[in-house]
Design a protein around this ligand. Structure first.
Ligand SMILES: [Zn+2]
Length: 275
């Protein structure tokens, strides 16, 4: 499933391509025909994301709310690169100007909503580490009261918006936290380290299109971006995610996996031992 950094980059790309234009919006597949008709020809004011949710604001107080879910994709291309005939698969929403075309396929949700409905969605979401105004104490208020495990809490979008299965496993590994520690047993200082780390890591995901969480790679990407260069990602970018059965890069112990909050969690049984 795309995590917050993917949605953030997508909102940025959509905004750059369409803000200030009046795209023709259609639903080639037909399932968003009425909604497309409502926004087609209106000016697109903003494209923004919050966590895994994407919002397209059109004039006349009409918003398109998109959630990609597990398999959804949203592509943004310059028009000359995309022949009309190349539109393969079921396109739920297509947005086109003379210069750009964007195609949404297989989303979990694509609907025209009111400003009040947008506010209601935002109110249900926890802070998003990619937003400069995000308040980590809002997440802490929930974590510190919870008997659920931190591995489960990090996946709960009402606690924290944007973190998914990969960042969850990786950030807990980076801070030697057992994913099975109850929220109320996590120290506030540990939580702040996790939050600050997500604030550091997620923008690298936006910049590279990949989740980079192995410290040497993190430093390399930060240095490349600092020099204004395109970072090269050739080495392993995750420490534990999808490395079950392999030796932990820190202690050599076997990396384990188990389903937590519906997805495979990865951790090291030795250096993330429960305290
Ligand atoms: Zn280890």
């Amino acid at each position: 499933m795309p995590e917050g950094h993917t949605l953030f980059a997508l909102a940025r790309d959509l905004h750059e391509a369409f803000a200030g234009t009046r795209p023709v919006v259609t639903s080639p597949q037909g399932r968003f025909e009425a909604g497309a008709g409502e926004v087609s020809g209106r000016e697109l004011l903003h494209a923004t994301s919050r966590g895994k949710h994407l919002f397209l604001e059109f004039d006349g107080e009409r918003w398109v709310h998109v959630h990609l879910g597990l398999i959804g994709t949203f592509t943004v291309d310059a028009r000359e690169w995309t022949a009309e005939a190349a539109a393969v698969g079921a396109v739920r929403m297509r947005m086109a100007t003379d210069e750009h075309v964007a195609e949404l396929r297989g989303p979990n949700l694509c609907a025209v909503v009111t400003p009040e409905e947008v506010t209601a969605v935002l109110d249900r979401l926890g802070p998003d580490p990619l937003r400069p105004d995000a308040d980590p104490d809002r997440a802490w208020a929930r974590i510190s009261r919870s008997g659920r495990s931190i591995g489960e809490l990090l996946m709960d979008q009402a606690v924290l918006a944007g973190v998914g299965n990969v960042y969850r496993s990786e950030v807990l590994f980076r801070h030697r936290l057992s994913p099975f520690t109850e929220g109320r047993a996590v120290r506030r200082a540990s939580w702040r380290l996790v939050w600050d780390d997500l604030v550091r890591l997620l923008p690298l995901g936006v910049a590279t299109g990949r989740i980079v969480s192995v410290e040497e790679q993190v430093l390399e990407v930060e240095a490349a971006l600092g020099r204004g260069e395109r970072p090269r990602l050739t080495e392993r970018t995750s420490a534990v995610y999808k490395h079950a059965g392999e030796p932990c890069p820190r202690c050599g112990s076997r990396i384990r996996t188990q389903v937590v909050a519906g997805r495979n969690l990865f951790w090291c049984g030795r250096c993330q031992r429960r305290r």
